[in-house]
Write a protein that binds this ligand. Structure first.
Ligand code: ATP
Ligand code: FE
Length: 356
């Protein structure tokens, strides 16, 4: 089975081809990602209108390159899969329209994919991981614990009640004058800093549920930054590094603390090969990975994290999620809707029809 996947829900335009033969591990034949970072850098964040235009401009080129890299033609495909939400609606619509065009011209089946399912299923693309596994999806816009029981069967155990950690990293970078995206920049600064100098809050860690909060961290950071600036007239390199280290340590503590709780809930369902997987851009963070790995080892649960290029937005994950849906018999029609919001523990777009 060979699937073309399209992704355009945020600021990356992507196309990829994934192939599965028999029971062998699926293979990524190609994966093209056109980033838009430079288009948005002057604005300090992604501008939806600019993103949508860039997607509309680049999608066909991405498809052409993905097919060329895979050394196949449209006739070699079994279906075309596309992110149908959640995300910036203009971008999602560009992708859905492009996929519908391909489907209409070729007669290929159309498969709508939830972007979050793409992230959440990624560990199965690279490793043999049986359902049900525990997933910590931690990205620029999301943070949630899920039990993944099947390609369209997710149970949400909890998540952030405000900002996502990626957003918190990005805001921290902005407040300290570091480059965007903030995650890698803050991680690099934190490596030079003393995490104990500034004490950041660890919100909601005292509660027994799997919910988290990250918006208080930026407020704390702003206050500390302004206090230092008032005293010394500005931040030294070391102040900045110490602030990053303190911030990152707080994020790690909250994520790891809540992961321990989520692991306990997950283990109550008695999985035969207990596994936790992380995905999403923030899963690239070394300190977070280390903390999660330690918590998993303590609980006797296998830990896995996809390679970095598959953690951030890409179309291989969409092609793979589409492949899983395709195998289960799912097909979407020309009424497939682009959805700005689409919680993972809801049903497939086919069953929802064209409504929101
Ligand atoms: P979503 O998938 O929720 O719609 P998104 O697709 O924008 O959001 P991703 O591409 O998965 O998010 O991840 C991007 C985020 O990951 C950014 O906020 C970025 O700062 C963060 N990130 C990347 N590398 C690191 C790192 N090493 N440490 C922490 N955060 C990181
Ligand atoms: Fe994403």
């Amino acid at each position: 089975i060979t699937i073309l996947g399209l992704e355009s829900s945020c600021d990356d335009t992507a196309a990829a081809v994934v192939r599965e033969q028999g029971s062998a591990q699926p293979e990524i034949l190609s994966s093209i990602v056109f980033g838009q970072t430079d288009l948005h850098s002057a604005y300090g964040g992604v501008v939806p209108e600019i993103a949508a235009r860039a997607h509309a401009e680049k999608l066909d080129l991405c498809v052409r390159d993905a097919l060329a890299d895979a050394k196949i033609g449209l006739a070699d495909l079994d279906a075309v899969a596309v992110t149908a939400g959640p995300g910036l609606i203009g971008g999602v619509m560009s992708g859905v329209m492009c996929a519908k065009g391909i489907a209409a011209a070729t007669g290929l089946p159309l498969i709508g994919v939830n972007h979050l399912a793409g992230h959440a299923l990624t560990p199965r693309l690279t490793d043999q991981i049986p359902y049900p596994y525990l997933m910590l999806l931690v990205s620029g816009g999301h943070c949630q614990f899920l039990i993944a029981r099947g390609p369209e069967d997710f149970t949400r155990l909890g998540g952030t009640i405000d900002d996502a950690p990626g957003e918190a990293f990005d805001k921290t970078a902005r407040l300290l004058g570091l480059a965007q995206p903030g995650g890698p920049a803050v991680q690099a600064e934190a490596a030079q800093g003393d995490a104990k100098r500034f004490r950041f809050p660890r919100p909601m860690l005292d509660r027994p549920d799997c919910n988290m909060s990250f918006s208080g961290l930026k407020t704390a950071l702003m206050r500390m930054r302004d206090q230092i600036a008032e005293k010394q007239g500005g931040l030294t390199r070391q102040d900045r590094a110490d602030l990053c280290a303190g911030f990152q340590a707080a994020v790690v503590d909250v994520l790891v603390g809540k992961t321990r709780r989520a692991l306990a809930v997950y283990l109550e369902s008695n999985p035969s090969h207990p596994t936790i997987a992380v995905a999403g851009g923030v899963a690239a963070n070394t300190a977070i990975r280390k903390g999660l790995e330690a918590a998993s080892t303590d609980a006797g649960v296998a830990f896995t994290a996809p390679p970095l290029s598959l953690c951030t937005d890409n179309a291989a994950m969409i092609a793979y999620a589409g492949l899983e849906r395709f195998k289960s018999g799912a097909r979407d029609g020309m009424d497939l809707a682009a959805r700005p919001r689409w919680p993972l523990d809801q049903t497939s777009p086919a069953l929802l029809g064209s409504g929101r």
